[in-house]
Design a protein around this ligand. Sequence first.
Ligand code: FAD
Ligand code: EPU
Length: 350
Amino acid sequence: MQIQSNISLKKYNTFGIDVLAKYFASFNTVDTLGQLLQYDDSRAKSQKNQIPILILGGGSNMLFTKNFEGIVLKNEIKGIEIVKEDEKYVYVKAGAGENWNQFVLYCINNNLAGVENLSLIPGNVGASPMQNIGAYGVEIKDVFHSLEAFHLKEKVIEVFNLNDCAFGYRESVFKKKYKNQFVITSVTYRLNKKPVFNTSYGAIEQELEKMGVKDISIKAISDAVINIRSSKLPNPAEIGNAGSFFKNPEIKKPVFDILHSTFSGIVGYALPNGNIKLAAGWLIEQCGPKESATWKGYRNGDAGCHAKQALVLVNYGNAKGVEIFALSEAIIASVNKKFGVVLEREVNII
Ligand code: FAD
Ligand code: EPU
């Protein structure tokens, strides 16, 4: 167990924001996590100040706007194992510190279906249920079986089943009711032995055709998703970003109809509850700063809006978190002014 002080977090967040953490430690077992928390409790008692705790995975859904005056605990619990099998499913338990895409590759290599549409999403297993990650028609809730989480105060492991997690669009109980209360230590997924291919979303079918795929397979779907993603999403190793900066907003159908009568190109998808989910990327593309008609491709210093996907804000090198945040404020204001729709940030602002 080693606690470091005044550590730069630049390499620990995909936005590449250079801020300091007052304290930083990593853990690869639940016991080490327990020891770190015990140590932190005794420090808090002797110094009479409780400092904040931030659990870090791959840092791919965070924007640091200032130094973190607390302790960052980086989850590095590893391990992937099959824990159960029945006629239809294989249940695979993965340590929260496993890289998500490595887990997807494990499933594909073992012919286990269900997560292929979620290929290439950055970050770790532990954060996948945090906000019910989703892409190309699939969300974690569709393959989720259970998770184990360590209660920061009670210092016990609790098990959460599907119904305990209150999964929604980029939402879970861990972002709301239990915010900052648990460290997810492992997740068990329920994978299909017999694949149910999900190709209806977006451009998957077109991409499969372009690839010349005759016999559809989970590997082919994964490859198609990877191709589509790579064509529009910036690689954090090259340009700092945290994926979609905002959520796609949900509005009532009558509101959509009014907007549609003025903006005929507006992009929206009907939801099972009758509401419409708007493509925030389209809304952002239609607005811009004073000097330009669109935010798409806009750059101010090192802070910008990605040229191929307006929903993604980027750091070209040395942008500060507050500069990215200020850009997001300006985007929210302009979209609200033009469409009367308030965008909600998807990225965690720290
Ligand atoms: P972090 O950024 O480290 O943490 C995110 C939040 O979860 C923080 O609040 C953190 O405190 C908390 N947390 C992390 N681990 C734990 C844990 N073990 N226990 C408790 N709390 C924890 N997301 C999608 O849903 N779909 C996409 O298609 C998608 N595409 C992306 C593309 C790019 C290029 C990038 C950069 C990001 C994309 N994202 C996408 C967002 C991001 O990859 C996901 O949100 C991912 O799950 C974050 O994982 P992480 O380990 O990096 O989490
Ligand atoms: N669009 C534009 N201009 C843009 C971007 C998008 O007009 O600059 C319109 C287009 O009509 C496009 C539509 O928006 O067809 C949808 O775009 P895209 O397929 O790229 O998906 P998205 O809605 O922008 C969401 C998720 C992504 C996920 C993809 C694929 C959110 C907030 N984002 O993006 O998740 O990968 O769908 O399923 O729901 C993330 O969460 O970080 C993320 C990248």
